[in-house]
Ligand binder design. Structure first.
Ligand code: ADP
Ligand code: MG
Length: 246
């Protein structure tokens, strides 16, 4: 569904990605995992066409992304950026329906879709008329999710959607996300630096380091057959020492 083929990307002297090849299969959840600065967000920005590769290609549904088909392809992708990216001067309702209104969808159709999605993501209806600052972190993420799902995209791209949440809310949303991904059967690409979250939500994990892919496989592959010492270290570093003492 979405594929990077031999993609390199630099920002001035920084090599953000070096010859990266990876694929996100249709209907599956692919998780990009790795330490801060390893290039995860850059992969997502290339996939949605916010960045162009210096070398290599980004393929969507078998076609390379080009400036000409970008607009069309973008409407088939839902993108949730790190910390939600809601417009602060718009209510949750205005944030989520912005694109649909821009595309001149009818008011009843928009209302119907909004009802459907708020139920799906468990957002209370009275939250819709609040501004982002008046919402909790978890609610903001749910609003971001409604906005991304509004046009029923084929692909959903989520950049550390749960990064800023406290542990209990995070666990709730992880469960809800897993249910949503499974029920909708969408192609999902999700970024996290949390191994547990990656294993819980991902069908396929892509472990990255310094702008390269270290290993792509299932959670079991990573844990039981780490491709290199870095993979083993990365996974071990995130096991809580408390559990080792029990
Ligand atoms: P991650 O999401 O894994 O934390 P990023 O993809 O955001 O990593 O960044 C990868 C590298 O590229 C980092 O060194 C980062 O500082 C650099 N980088 C990312 N975007 C830009 C940009 N717009 N300008 C300059 N450097 C950037
Ligand atoms: Mg990032």
């Amino acid at each position: 569904m979405l594929e990077l083929r031999h993609v390199s990307k630099s920002f001035g002297p920084t090599h953000a990605l070096r010859d990266v090849s990876l694929a996100a299969e249709a209907g599956q959840t692919t998780v990009l995992l790795g330490p801060s600065g390893c290039g995860k967000s850059t992969v997502l920005r290339l996939m949605v066409g916010l960045l162009r590769p210096d070398a290599g290609t980004v393929q969507f549904d078998g076609e390379p992304l080009t400036p000409t088909n970008l607009e069309h392809v973008r409407h088939r992708m839902g993108y949730v950026i790190q910390d939600g990216g809601l417009f602060p001067h718009l209510t949750a309702r205005e944030n989520t329906t912005l694109l649909a209104r821009h595309l001149s969808q009818s008011a009843p159709a928009i209302d119907e879709r909004l009802r459907e999605l708020t139920t799906l993501v468990k957002l209370p209806l009275d939250a819709l008329d609040r501004y982002p600052v008046q919402l909790s972190g978890g609610q903001r993420q749910r609003v971001g999710l409604v906005r991304a799902l509004f046009l029923d995209p084929h692909v959903l791209l989520l950049d550390e959607p749960l990064g800023a949440l406290d542990p209990l809310i995070r666990a709730d949303l992880q469960e809800d996300l897993r249910t949503i991904f499974r029920d909708l059967g969408k192609t999902v690409v999700l970024v996290t630096h949390d191994v547990g979250e990656a294993g819980y939500l991902g069908d396929t994990l892509v472990l990255m380091k310094d702008g390269t892919v270290v290993q792509q496989g299932s959670f079991e592959d990573l844990v039981e057959r780490p491709a290199e010492p870095f993979a083993e270290r990365f996974i071990r570093a995130q096991r809580s020492p408390v559990f080792d003492r029990m």
